[in-house]
Write a protein that binds this ligand. Structure first.
Ligand code: NAP
Ligand code: 8YV
Length: 321
């Protein structure tokens, strides 16, 4: 064992690369396998210096309080909305995520989902498989030719989507908390104003309290019956019940959704709709990219165990703390 003095607590089942990378190099325990978690943490919490976690298990201040010698929370995924990073910072704990290594993969998926939604590729596939082509041609669809895409969250992934969308001939505009000086795209300070001006709304900002239901009825009404909503961010950014209602009535034209508010539960009303494409949160889900993400989770813990700087600290816990 390479790091006997750096015990790691694993809070949820992780991909094999992470399990093996941690379990072969560190003393470890699996919190999700403890029948009495509170009792386990009260008795053993003080020995852990690392936590490895992901989107299935919140890491909050109560957890940090039970781990008084914790130095790092290494989280799988670039989004870390389930980790209370401000609380971690207040306790001198660094939080790391897995940015950059998944940017291109998620941007590819976002464009694939957009084209699938507008050109109705899954519906066309079903049409052929059901033998309906023998009776008639598949109905003509909408197009992305000459359309404008508004990006909510022009960050790493948003910019990679913009580059791809430009190559497809789309005009790009964006909304965020502030205008960026080094991008060529028009900025909208108001999300509703941007939604009025675009054909496609691409949602790729972080989850969490500050973006909860930011895509509300007013935004979706502004996008309108000819508009397309693509969400590859988090389900929490969209008012899901309102979105379902508006897609059902036709007040919102179409949606391509990789993420949902209460995953893996998806509102059943969506299953019956012809104007939606639904994916089970697969933005980064290639073997190649998930392996890079998993290795980064392990490497961040190794960096701390060796007394080095973490590779990818989140902005709320800048290094050195
Ligand atoms: P990033 O580089 O941090 O970009 C986030 C962007 O969102 C920034 O441009 C930021 O701009 C904007 N933003 C932040 N808070 C905002 C707010 N309250 N209102 C409006 N805009 C806001 O992050 P990233 O690497 O591109 O990842 C973005 C998100 O994608 C992740 O947090 C994750 O939730 C999601 N994601 C999903 C998948 C998937 O599988 N579907 C995969 C990877 C990531 P300003 O600071 O100017 O506001
Ligand atoms: C992962 C993601 O699928 O990175 C993110 O924020 O949403 C995805 O890459 C997810 O974190 C795994 O649960």
């Amino acid at each position: 064992m390479r790091y006997p003095d750096f015990p790691v607590l694993i809070t949820q089942p992780m991909m094999p690369l992470i399990q093996e990378g941690i379990e072969s190099q560190f003393p470890f325990a699996r919190l999700n396998e403890q029948t009495d978690r509170a009792g386990f943490l009260a008795k053993d919490g003080a020995r852990f210096k690392g936590v490895v976690t992901g989107q299935a298990a919140p890491s909050n201040d109560a957890l940090f309080a039970s781990l008084p010698n914790l130095k790092i929370v290494s989280s799988f995924g670039v989004g870390y909305d389930l980790v209370d990073a401000k609380a971690a910072n207040a306790r001198g704990i660094v939080v790391t995520n897995t940015p950059d290594v998944l940017t291109d993969e998620v941007a590819d998926l976002a464009m694939g989902l957009l084209i699938s939604t507008v050109r109705r590729l899954p519906q066309a596939d079903q049409f052929l498989r059901k033998g309906l082509w023998l009776k008639s041609n598949f109905p003509l669809t909408d197009t992305i030719r000459g359309k404008t895409m508004g990006i909510l969250g022009l960050g790493r992934i948003g910019k990679a989507i913009a580059t791809r969308a430009e190559a497809f001939g789309l005009k790009i505009v964006y909304h965020g908390r502030s205008q960026q000086s080094d991008v060529p795209y028009p900025f909208y300070a108001s999300l509703v104003d941007m939604a009025k001006a675009v054909d496609i709304l691409m949602v790729i900002a972080p989850g969490g309290a500050s973006t909860r239901r930011i895509v509300d009825r007013a935004v979706m009404e502004a996008l309108g019956p000819k508009g397309t909503l693509i969400n590859v961010a988090r389900g929490t950014l969209v008012d899901e019940p309102v979105m379902v209602e508006m897609l059902t009535s036709g007040a919102l034209g179409a949606a391509g959704l990789d993420v949902f508010e209460d995953e893996p539960k998806v509102p059943e009303a969506l299953f019956a709709l012809e104007n939606v494409v639904l994916l089970p949160h697969v933005g980064s889900a290639s073997v190649h990219t998930r392996n890079l993400m998993g290795q980064l989770v392990v490497d961040n813990v190794i960096a701390l165990a060796e007394g080095r700087a973490p590779l990818t600290p989140v902005p709320e816990t800048p290094w050195p703390l």
